[in-house]
Ligand binder design. Structure first.
Ligand SMILES: [Zn+2]
Ligand SMILES: [Zn+2]
Ligand SMILES: [Zn+2]
Length: 269
């Protein structure tokens, strides 16, 4: 169900009310043992469970904030019940794992190395910056052509659908842990020939500009999210994200963009 997945774009200017202007320190990221601030620079408070804006305050101690009654209750049961008092020092107590947020990781970015890196990619290079080129991938159509030669001997009895899936697997085999593929203006790496969008299926941005493919989220990410505890299955094959080609108007608030979900075909393993 696409309706349960939304994509938002934020392009905060470097100088903003939330994050510091300078780069983050080289020190390792905070662990749950470290103190985490639940107050933004502008004074707004954040929920101790989910870090969303938190208009509710514990009415007894006025020291902790929550987005909702539900999260207040979660924290109350897990920790705050024992600590709630006028003398409670928020900074002295590590935040417990409420089991609510997905774990956080650092994403390491590397250009994809393919066997045919020196071939033309069929993309209009003039429209890409050097940064884009280094992180760009080739279009899956090129990849299919390549595989046709390489696999011609064994591919005779393969259906086109098998080929698409095998091509997908081969393409990611050099970096099997990849969770994201980025290539603004490029093409997603589809894992199936079914449910691939036509140009008209991608709605334009509210500003009137076309949306371009920007990146796709790979199913490998599911392994890292610890989703077993969720009641609903959130499986996907490819989550392709299309964003405004004009990068319009996202300095002050989030802008909704477009997501296309392709499932793993039922006959594929
Ligand atoms: Zn919350
Ligand atoms: Zn309290
Ligand atoms: Zn736009």
């Amino acid at each position: 169900m696409n309706s349960s997945r939304l994509v938002f774009r934020s392009q905060l200017p470097r100088k903003n009310d939330t994050y510091s202007y300078g780069p983050p320190p080289d020190s390792p990221p905070p662990t749950s043992e470290d103190f985490i601030s639940f107050q933004l620079k502008c004074g707004l408070s954040l929920c101790r469970v989910c870090s969303c804006l938190a208009p509710k305050t514990c009415s007894k101690c006025h020291k902790v904030n929550y987005c909702s009654k539900l999260h207040q209750l979660m924290d109350w049961k897990l920790q705050h019940k024992q600590l709630c008092s006028e003398s409670f020092d928020v900074q002295s107590v590590p935040v417990p794992d409420h089991g609510f947020l997905f774990p956080e990781y650092e994403i390491v970015t590397e250009p994809e190395e393919t066997a045919s890196d020196d071939d033309g990619t069929g993309m209009d290079l003039d429209t890409l910056t050097s940064e884009d080129i280094s992180s760009c991938i080739e279009s899956p159509m090129d990849n299919l052509k390549l595989d046709e030669n390489e696999l011609s001997a064994m591919a005779k009895q393969e259906t086109k659908e098998d080929k698409a899936f095998n091509s997908f697997k081969k393409r990611i085999s050099s970096e099997p842990e990849q969770v994201l593929r980025y290539c603004k203006g490029g093409e997603p790496l589809w894992l199936s020939l079914q449910h691939v969008p036509e140009k008209d299926d991608i709605p334009k941005c509210a500003c009137g500009a076309e949306r371009l493919f920007e990146f796709q989220v790979m199913p490998q990410l599911l392994n890292h999210l610890k989703v077993d505890s969720l009641e609903e299955s959130i499986d996907w094959g490819v989550l392709a994200v299309y964003t405004c080609s004009a990068n319009c108007n996202a300095e002050k608030h989030y802008v909704e963009e477009f997501l296309w979900k392709q499932d793993v075909p039922s006959n594929a393993i």
